[in-house]
Design a protein around this ligand. Structure first.
Ligand SMILES: Cc1ncc(COP(=O)(O)O)c(C=O)c1O
Length: 411
């Protein structure tokens, strides 16, 4: 009987069937029985630079040896925290951004949601509280994230968490424009994943993000980019906003910032939102902060990850992999068990199957063949391997899916 309550799991089915990993290298992980699997979802979309990089352990050990961390509250900080803030700010499509660190993505969303509301009240417009998000979007599972997600399984039985939230259809710019007209003066922010991830991998229709950003400016709505998945190279550019030429007011990051080697998230705040709190004569304090905001060891590891991203041109590798993935996956679209293949924005794709039960069985068949797969919303296989994946490995993933689909169709 395990004592571990596995997240997102039906525990009676897990009991006695735990899959326990003990080692990783590049795109591969090994279980405790010595079986090797290719990590098709990069764990939870985070392992961008591949598993088993010893130098990140060295970076953590060096920092812990010097000073594991120190609180960043008030005027305190530690050296890697300051350095990482500068480094991240320098990568962003936001001039002069201020960086607030968190422990992960949900924390960042919570912070961003409170900050946008606090910003409007600081400007004497407390009526602007509503947060708009898209159907099928996922923004983590703290209270704000759960309240604004567009995936119903996460809200079932929870009751109303935050009242001022509205969702719009995922890809309709007309619906967004209509809502902004109807609720003029009430909306604080639009939260938006550049590519919807957990909701099934839904890339934006051409022009959608650019027009959404423009509408936000016109209606005085803050544009909050949730780049928890898309940040740090996954979309073939440093950020989704970089790729689509957007300057968000606020950007939430996590996962790729450390490639999952240690938990860390960050929120970048553009000059407009920072100004009331940062200007010399301001009396305001943003009353938010977490024990581990800016944890020094996490920041030291993030700095070492950013070194690797640069040294090995990993963002460029991701861009080069994009057409390889699209081409390799395209034949699957003709399989009778496949509804749709969605790809074309970096190293993130979805293969939507005809139903959930089929998707789960295909996943099991792939696992037997040595390919770890994840099923996300709407019976979709998540294809988001590490950005260092080789073209031959992409083909091997697709071959494994094709073979699993054929065997499923024949059964
Ligand atoms: C787009 C997006 N936002 C927020 C989150 C929440 O991040 P975390 O699980 O680190 O709290 C996730 C997690 O998958 C995500 O995909």
């Amino acid at each position: 009987m395990t004592a571990l309550w596995h997240p997102q799991a039906h525990m009676p089915s897990v009991e006695g069937n735990e899959l326990v990993f003990v080692r990783g290298e590049g795109g591969w992980v090994w279980d405790r029985d010595g079986r090797r699997y290719f990590d098709v979802p990069a764990s939870l979309w985070y392992c961008n630079i591949g598993h088993g990089r010893r130098e990140l352990g060295d970076a953590a050990a060096a920092q812990i040896g010097a000073l594991e961390s120190y609180s960043c509250f008030d005027r305190q900080a530690s050296a890697p925290t300051l350095e990482l803030a500068e480094r991240v700010a320098g990568l962003l499509p936001i001039p002069d951004a201020k960086i607030f660190f968190t422990s992960g993505g949900s924390d960042g969303i919570e912070l961003a949601a409170k900050l946008v509301r606090r910003y409007w009240s600081a400007l004497g417009r407390p009526g602007k509280q509503t947060i708009v998000s898209r159907d099928r979007s996922y923004h983590g599972l703290h209270a704000y994230g759960t309240a604004i997600t567009g995936i119903e399984i996460f809200t079932e039985g929870i009751g109303r968490l935050i009242s001022e939230t509205v969702r719009v259809p995922a890809t309709s710019i007309e619906a967004l424009a209509r809502l902004f007209e109807e609720r003029d003066g009430e909306i604080a922010a639009f939260f938006c994943e550049p590519v919807i991830g957990t909701g099934g991998v839904i890339p934006p229709p051409p022009g959608y993000l650019e027009e959404a950003r423009r509408l936000c400016s016109v209606h005085d709505v803050l544009f909050v980019a949730d780049e928890v998945i898309t940040g740090f190279g996954r979309v073939g550019a440093m950020f989704g906003c970089t790729r689509f030429g957007l300057e968000p007011d606020v950007m939430v990051m996590a996962k790729g910032i450390t490639s999952g080697y240690i938990p860390l998230g960050a929120v970048a705040v553009g000059p407009r939102v920072a100004e009331p709190f940062w200007r010399a004569d301001s009396k305001l304090i943003f009353r938010h902060g977490l024990t581990y905001s800016g944890h020094a060891t996490a920041c030291a590891v993030a700095l070492a990850v950013l070194d690797i991203l640069e040294r090995e041109s990993i963002v460029e590798q991701a861009a080069a992999l994009e057409p390889v993935i699209t081409e390799a996956l395209s034949p699957l679209a003709f399989h009778p068990l496949v509804n749709e293949v969605r790809s074309g924005v970096g190293v993130i794709a979805g293969v939507e199957l005809v139903d959930q039960a089929v998707a789960e069985r295909v996943r099991s068949r792939c696992l037997e063949a040595g390919f770890l797969m994840r099923v996300i919303t709407a019976a979709t296989l998540q294809i988001s391997p590490p950005l260092i994946t080789q073209p031959s490995e992409i083909q091997a993933i697709v071959d494994a899916i094709a073979s699993a689909l054929d065997r499923e169709a024949a059964s």
